[in-house]
Write a protein that binds this ligand. Sequence first.
Ligand SMILES: [Zn+2]
Length: 417
Amino acid sequence: MKNSWLPRGAAILMNNRSQTLQLLFSRGVMSRTDIAHYLGITTAAVTSIVSDFLDEGLLVQQEAVLESQKPVGRRRLPIAINYDWRYILAIDVHSYYINIGVTNMKGDVLTERSLAPKGGTPEALCSGIAKECIKMLWESGISMEKVLGAGVTVIGPINQRDGIALHVFRLFDDPFPIRSYFEAEFPFPVAVENNVCAILLSELVYTDITEDSHNILMLKWGPGVGSAMAIHDQIYKGYHYQSPEIGHNLISERNGLRCNCGAAGCLEPTVSVDAIVAFIAEEIAQNPTGELAKLSNVLGTPTRKNLPQYLESDSETLWTFMQERAHALASVTGNAIHLLSPDKLLLTGDLFAMEPVKELFESQLQAINPRLQPDLCAMARASAGKKYAGAAAIVVEQILLPWKDLGSSARQTHRNS
Ligand SMILES: [Zn+2]
């Protein structure tokens, strides 16, 4: 068996208990013997760790499988994470909307709803969201004891260690301690992370991607442009908790569009879903008898919501524009690839979820630099179709693994120890 797996929390000294869980989260199902092999410990040690987790219900025993097709093959008893052992309260904060939901430990949604940001101060905003969350838990009949923790994913740079949002674009300019605000409202712990870093973390937590790729660049296209990087299997943050920001590369010298980040001339406002919608609206206004105007008679005024339907058409005007925009994004991404040399470029977001858009981007990337490795791009898997996978992943990483590292009774005190 190939064994390039390294526990991701090695830098913060994880013990065999949480490494066993980490391995099971990334592999799904494994036998005790295979876990022992990966961790370099005895099968007896694994059996002891696993029996604790089986007793409390965090792990489940799967049906025995034959190791080989031969009738004399050894029987192996695979074990797996019981993803429904506890639930996760997921809170996803954007500039103009907030999604809240309850998921299992893999990000599968039990219930969810959407809110508009309210309150003139960060404290009022968080308190309002918390009240809606408690109402949602109450209405769904989910007891607080069943909730492992809240995962709060937020746009902009985040100090995830102390749970501080440093700059929530368009909502608040100043840093605020988002974790302590929420922990004052909930009877369970809270994990906070930047939304794109959290999506990338979900790939590290729930898939075996680190088997082959230790340095990963993630690019999110749709609705905005977001990016994050993992180096040596760890989410990379630089000065002041900044992530590599592909969307905020400067692309125009003068008269550039004003971006959410405050700067003028960034890439993002020229390639975002809103930019594409604005282009279609402008074309319709200028050519009332053109192909896009005809489409709008059927689909309605272009919006974020019906953009996928516009992109299902073969409108030459629209796809010529898309090719230009995909080229602009691919150029800047190509520069980032030169600087960061990732093993993998993971694609995610509403636009990449559309196959023709993803193909268009990849072809532009290859056209710019034909020497890129052919299997460089891949679609993100853990977060595909799961908007709360990132929130679930940060709760597993920041709350469950440190808790289980210390033993079952240490939940309430792990942060103070
Ligand atoms: Zn910007």
